[in-house]
Write a protein of this length. Sequence first.
Length: 236
Amino acid sequence: MADSCSPVIPRHVAIIMDGNGRWAAARGLPRAIGHREGTKAVRRTIEAAIEQGVQYLTLFAFSSENWQRPPEEVTDLTGLLRYYLRNELNELHENGVRLVVIGERDRFGPNLAAELAQAEVRTAGNTKLTLVMALSYGGRADIVEAARRALAAGLSPDAMSEAKFASLLSTDGIPDPDLLIRTSGEERISNFLLWQTAYAELYFTDVLWPDFETADFTKALAEFARRERRFGARPE
Ligand code: FPP
């Protein structure tokens, strides 16, 4: 249990940013405005994560299921992503943020996929915060892809282990999330980091993502510090 002077800061926080559409609907606004407001919450949360000393922040920005939304909304979301990358990358870089993208980036087309790759290369040496953007990401697809890699490499059954399998996932080299936050009152994993969240503490809040403030992030971290993590073992 942490004492009040040294709160336990999660090394890796993963967030399902949910509720942009409901935020907009409540104001009679188009969903696109909700997503745009959502990018402001992204900015606040990255700053808060750096401020708090979180080392890895993974954001579920586009799920593999999001392609099923109406084409206008898909266009809005990919446009926002492109806009975000072009306008925020300099600042992210100056703030020491390393960008890592997981998911099927090629589905966004060759131009955006190349921009994402360039952003990763440019920020690769940064050490303040690793920002993992899950884009066209699905947890099951990640696991299936890892299995494919194992088969393609001709791995023998005896050579397979949890550590080996983890190294074949898109998150190779990134520690598992300690804390998973989902906004908007929904309490589901929704095909996010299925393997990686095996021991994550889950934190659900009714706050809609565009309303998610620094204080909400701090509150989630405070709740995390109160949790007793046993990883399946018995308490001491
Ligand atoms: C869920 O809200 C959110 C998304 C599908 C996308 C998240 C995207 C952003 C926060 C903005 C883009 C981010 C970056 C980094 C450029 P929802 O539309 O499912 O909301 P609803 O459940 O209320 O309808």
